[in-house]
Design a protein around this ligand. Structure first.
Ligand SMILES: CC(C)(COP(=O)(O)OP(=O)(O)OC[C@H]1O[C@@H](n2cnc3c(N)ncnc32)[C@H](O)[C@@H]1OP(=O)(O)O)[C@@H](O)C(=O)NCCC(=O)NCCS
Length: 171
């Protein structure tokens, strides 16, 4: 059966009205949920959508989030952790989000040792570059430059009066 324009237009109008009602009802009943920050749930969904549209092959691996801690076995307290890093493997990158050594243990090459571990982990997982950002005022900038990182970008006034620096290193 062919739909003539006299039949088709009213059907289309009716469907549009049903769809508009459903959309209205969805908007009216929407709920928002505040929760724990999940580093991968949203990126994974975005990634899956993009994958269906056809991603450049270098972007085929969204990766995973990891944490590494430095443990001091000589400490008797429960708090054995004296530093560590939070990072993500994504595409051919290892991205460092947080990198920290406890104050009393600084300038003893622990930062370098931790970075060695992180770099080895990256290579083992076929990653070829490291990317991170740090504030200019932090000790980090001198540390990263001493460890072979190059500045690749900066965000001025983040926050007001401060500067965020992006650093990069090839593995
Ligand atoms: C940045 C940080 C991780 C360095 O850790 P660390 O264990 O003290 O670093 P290392 O002892 O391995 O230092 C390696 C080299 O980095 C450079 N460096 C490290 N800290 C420095 C500082 N405060 N000023 C100047 N150079 C510094 C030096 O060249 C040093 O070599 P040297 O000690 O032989 O001179 C530590 O200071 C820290 O946790 N800072 C607070 C958090 C932070 O800024 N994190 C990075 C941003 S994500």
């Amino acid at each position: 059966m062919f739909l003539t324009s006299e039949v088709y237009v009213p059907i289309e109008a009716r469907l549009n009205s049903i769809w508009r009602n459903q959309l209205h009802s969805l908007r009216e009943n929407l709920k928002f949920e505040w929760g724990r920050y999940d580093a991968l749930w949203l990126p994974r969904n975005l990634f899956n959508e993009q994958k269906q549209r056809g991603l450049p092959s270098a972007m085929n691996d969204l990766g995973s989030a990891h944490g590494i801690f430095i443990i001091d076995p000589s400490q008797n307290s429960d708090e054995l952790r004296i530093g560590g890093a939070n990072l993500q493997l994504a595409y051919d990158y290892l991205i460092i989000y947080t990198f920290w050594i406890e104050v009393s243990h600084r300038r003893k090459s622990l930062g370098r040792k931790l970075l060695d571990e992180v770099e080895q982990f990256g290579r083992k997982n076929s990653k070829r570059r490291i990317l991170l950002s740090t504030f200019e005022f932090q000790d980090g900038l001198q540390f990263w430059k001493a460890c072979g990182f190059n500045e690749v970008g900066r965000v001025e006034d983040y926050p007001e009066g401060q500067r965020l620096i992006y650093l990069h290193k090839r593995l």
